[in-house]
Ligand binder design. Sequence first.
Ligand SMILES: [Zn+2]
Length: 89
Amino acid sequence: MQRKKPAEAYRRLLPRHHRWEKFIERLAGPEACNFQTDGWTCFGDLRFTTILLAMGLDDPSIDPFTACFKDRGGYCDCEVIFNMDHPCR
Ligand SMILES: [Zn+2]
């Protein structure tokens, strides 16, 4: 029987977490919601989640993400930023 060291588990989580942070960062950035002190851009849908495509995900693997967003109250791009404080799975 082999036990996993915590450090190992942590290392495996890290890239995923890092990608998530990057995604939220880009979603809030000028290419998408463009958060400013006086407002932001949102079309009331999840169109900017295509950033995930730009980050190397393919179409089929985006579906679970959008399902998860909606599951947690992220029905549009800005709500994803407001409501999703941690990654899907
Ligand atoms: Zn919105």
